[in-house]
Design a protein around this ligand. Structure first.
Ligand code: PEP
Ligand code: MG
Length: 587
């Protein structure tokens, strides 16, 4: 399909995987195959059923071959997507429903399968969860394969891409992506898709820049057009002028230089110049982020917010769902540890039919551990999932919003109950699994010395700790100017919690946003924290700063902060100290 040549045209999509790349467009033609609709003579119906099954068999062989041909171990890691496609090919409902339609309506396989797809589509559309709804595309990839096989049409031979290209497709199946020789792929752009579509997830974890959701890319772009894409901003320039190319490339050079310099620190140990070793870990909400976490040098997952499993759906996650997700996490991050925080709903995150009961003060309401201790069945299901997964790596459990000793004891008693019942059923689990308390309520920090005897570790959640200590609603923009990590009270609380934890011989972590800011991170280092958990991209920068510092100088610097009575004096002192000590990093 020839389209008019576009010059210096810009289209805007969704940045799905960061990076700026330039390259020739390689268009994957994905014309929707026209499906013949034929009636079948009654005596030929069984023959048609056989034809359908032959196409299924052949499609299965093709997919298995694709899977076997993947040699690159990095790419191989993602071949589970092909397993999902193989599972769809074996799906009872898909097969039986189509065969039944062939038999009852006496129609050809293409027509029957199309009718089945329509039904399944309706079912998918009712799903609220964005991730699961996106999986509908997998069903369509598989169906397209069956249709092509039925019609004897060739599949695009994308194994033969030459040179460095930007792949342009209406939609890109993960199977397609995995078949490509990725050495020749500079980037991907697609008409459809969102941030959690498989293509987006896959390109992020493969580190290939991608822009999705461009709507018109395949109609506006011709094969061979010169493209520049920015996977961060979602911009795509078609046949750019020299001037535009240069400005993109300049942007690329600048971000690259900074990133390259910073990324060098990803794989280095988080160790100060005087040999104090701390752990920099990642906060993640989706298992897929684990690749980014590792690429940025995370030494474990310091906070996995399990809420995502519960939100945007009508039912509750099953024990099996919990197990599968946590097992992947445990396996992927091994030999490092993943910290799973039990459900933290309430506040600004609600479960349908439960905690939304119009609480006047949701932040002070039935949140987090309070909810779990009330809805014990929901809690036990999650704990069983965690325990079952615990034998596949190193997991630890973190209880959110602990306000006193009673809560931690109750939570641990329920955990013991679950362990006992699993032992009785001979289900293996890590008997030594560690438990920790989030320190995010002033009553908990006040009794940190007592609480420390009940758990294996602390994790300070400054997002909430600041909210509760300073009485500032963290989501209320009118008081956000008061939300201040360097408030003397916050510094004193953290200092005390670290001291109490260390006196009891347990490590103290921080997993609030505060840890991701290099300035605050340095203050936290001086306060003696052992583990820092943050969004993956912040890890290398913080690591760099830690490696440039000595613990002793940081400790002395932080000690001085306690002489100031006001936040502004503390900030002024910190800013000046940083600018003097790290003139190139803090201007
Ligand atoms: C915190 O409160 O600091 C924290 C890490 O938890 P969340 O932001 O999920 O409440
Ligand atoms: Mg919190």
């Amino acid at each position: 399909m020839a389209v008019q040549q576009q010059v210096n045209r810009f289209i805007q999509g969704i940045g799905a995987s960061p990076g700026i790349v330039i390259g020739k467009a390689y268009l994957i033609e994905r014309f929707k195959v026209r499906l013949p609709q034929k009636r079948i003579d009654p005596e030929r119906v069984e023959e048609e059923v056989k034809r359908f099954f032959r196409a299924i068999e052949e499609s299965r062989n093709q997919l298995t071959e694709v899977k076997e041909k993947i040699l690159d171990p990095e790419v191989r890691k993602h071949s589970f997507i092909l397993d999902v496609h193989l599972m769809i090919l074996n799906d009872e409902m898909l097969l039986q429903d189509t065969v039944e339609t062939i038999r009852k309506k006496k129609v050809n396989s293409e027509w029957a399968l199309d009718l089945t797809l329509e039904k399944l589509d309706t079912a998918f559309q009712a799903i609220e969860d964005e991730y699961l709804r996106e999986r509908r595309s997998d069903l369509h990839y598989v169906a397209a394969r069956i249709f092509r096989t039925l019609l004897g049409k060739k599949h695009d031979d994308i194994t033969k891409i030459k040179g460095k290209v930007i792949v342009v497709a209406h939609d890109l199946s993960p199977a397609d992506t995995l078949q490509m020789n990725l050495k020749h792929v500079a980037g991907f752009i697609t008409d459809i898709g969102g941030k959690v579509s498989h293509t987006a997830i896959l390109s992020r974890s493969l580190g290939i820049p991608a822009v999705v959701g461009l709507e018109m890319a395949t109609s506006l772009i011709n094969g061979g057009d010169l493209l520049i894409i920015d996977g961060e901003t979602g911009e795509v320039a078609i046949n750019p002028t020299e001037e535009v190319s240069q400005s993109f490339l300049e942007r690329k050079r600048r971000t690259r230089a900074i990133e390259r310099e910073i990324l060098k620190y990803a794989s280095l140990p988080a160790e100060t110049r005087d040999g104090v070793r701390v752990r920099l870990q990642a906060n993640i909400e989706m298992v897929e982020e684990i690749f980014a976490a590792k690429a940025h040098g995370a030494e474990g997952i310091g906070l996995y917010r399990t809420e995502i499993l519960y939100l945007n759906r009508k039912d509750l996650p099953t024990e099996e769902e919990h197990f599968q997700i946590y097992r992947r996490l445990a396996e992927e991050i091994y030999p490092a540890t993943a910290t799973l925080r039990t459900l933290d709903v309430g506040g600004d995150k609600f479960l349908p039919d439960y905690s939304k009961n119009n609480e006047l003060n949701p932040a002070l309401g039935l949140r987090a551990i309070r909810f779990s201790l009330k809805e014990t069945e929901i809690f036990k299901t999650q704990l069983r999932g965690i325990l079952r997964a615990s034998v596949y790596g190193k997991l630890r459990i973190l209880f959110p919003m602990i306000s006193g000793v009673e809560e931690i004891r109750k939570a641990k008693a329920i955990l013991e109950e679950v362990k006992k019942s699993m032992a009785k059923d001979k289900i293996p689990f890590d008997e030594q699994i560690e438990t920790g308390a989030m320190i995010e309520i002033p009553s908990a920090s006040d009794i940190a010395d007592i609480l420390a005897k009940e758990v294996n570790f602390f994790s300070i959640g400054t997002n909430d700790l600041i909210q509760y200590a300073l009485a500032i609603d963290r989501i209320n923009e009118h008081v956000s100017y008061l939300y201040e990590p360097l408030h003397p009270a916050v510094l004193r609380i953290i200092r005390w919690v670290v001291q109490a934890g260390h006196q009891a011989g347990i490590p103290v972590a921080i997993c609030g946003e505060m840890a991701a800011d290099p300035t605050y991170a340095l203050v936290l280092l001086g306060l003696g924290l052992d583990e820092f958990s943050m969004t993956p991209v912040s890890i290398p920068r913080v690591k760099k700063l830690f490696r440039m510092s000595s613990f002793e100088e940081t400790r002395l610097f932080v000690e001085q902060l306690f002489q100031f009575p006001t936040i502004s004096e503390i900030k002024y002192f910190v800013r000046n100290w940083m600018a003097k000590r790290f003139p190139e990093d803090f201007i």
